[in-house]
Design a protein around this ligand. Structure first.
Ligand SMILES: [Zn+2]
Length: 271
């Protein structure tokens, strides 16, 4: 290089990386990536996020040799490979679930720029289209961000979080991630009877949950025989089946009663 130029600031590098899903904006190659200036540096003499794009060595060389020019590169920047690739994928509303991310940033620091970046970072990590990641709410606290994700991706994200996946840390680093969890919607029920880690039963609030829902149950784990060490745990489970049991009023009795067309109000019924 004929003259020295300052290094590109880390937060700009990160932003560019995230928007292209850590891939070449043109062909989707994963690495190694090179930063290319849309406006050549010798003209602009500054590193602006709007003028930078990540390309693989091959595309970078071609862009220079074939003189792709500003317009083409801007188009690639606006619609990098990750976005084009998933354009045609269907998003079905019934197959999404809500996830909560707790981040260290103050609500006031979680500005529009970061709010746009977050879905891209998560989509890049999970290799899904950014439009599959929707921010549904943002709350003050340690800033709680709710997003919807396709169920499979949500499971992938949670297991990446549980296993301290270095990729996840890399992608979400700018947000100061503290925790990822399923969004707690409401109280669903109380644990009853004997429980194991494979299976447990809940007395559920009517209509609170449906089969195949994913629920969380807070419980206490007995650590020692003395039963003094109670460890608080949260168990995540998928609802396999919901049984409607009322020993005093079996289903059959309900059917019989319905058949007689008896008005049940103000009547004593013998069972
Ligand atoms: Zn490339």
């Amino acid at each position: 290089m004929p003259e020295s130029r300052p290094a590109i600031p880390t937060d700009i590098k990160r932003k560019i990386l995230i928007e292209s899903g850590h891939r070449c904006a043109v062909c989707g190659e994963g690495c190694p990536l090179e930063r290319a200036h849309i406006i050549p540096w010798h003209k602009s003499r500054e590193h602006k996020a709007e003028d930078l794009i990540f390309l693989c060595a091959n595309c970078h060389e071609r862009a220079d040799k074939e003189e792709w020019g500003e317009k083409a590169l801007r188009e690639y920047k606006q619609k990098p490979w990750v976005m084009r690739r998933f354009d045609k994928e269907q998003i079905t509303s019934e197959s999404v679930t809500e996830i909560e991310l707790i981040i260290k940033l103050k609500l006031s620091d979680f500005d529009e720029r970061l709010q746009t970046l977050l879905p891209h970072a998560i989509a890049g990590l999970l290799k899904i289209a950014p439009q599959n990641v929707q921010i549904t709410s943002i709350e003050e606290g340690s800033t709680k961000v709710s997003i919807t994700l396709p169920i499979e991706s949500a499971e992938k994200l949670l297991s990446a979080y549980a296993s301290n996946d270095p990729e996840l840390i890399k992608y979400l680093e700018p947000f100061g991630l503290l925790e990822i969890r399923y969004k707690m919607k409401q109280y669903v029920g109380t644990l009853v009877g004997e429980s194991t880690s494979r299976e447990f039963r809940l007395a559920v609030t009517p209509e609170a949950i449906r089969e195949q829902d994913i629920i969380a149950v807070d419980a206490e784990l007995v650590q020692s025989a003395k039963k003094t060490n109670l460890e608080k745990i949260r168990v995540w489970a998928k609802v396999q089946s919901i049984e409607r049991i009322n020993p005093l009023f079996p289903t059959e009795a309900g059917h019989e009663l319905a058949a007689t067309r008896t008005n049940p109000f103000d009547k004593l019924l013998s069972i």
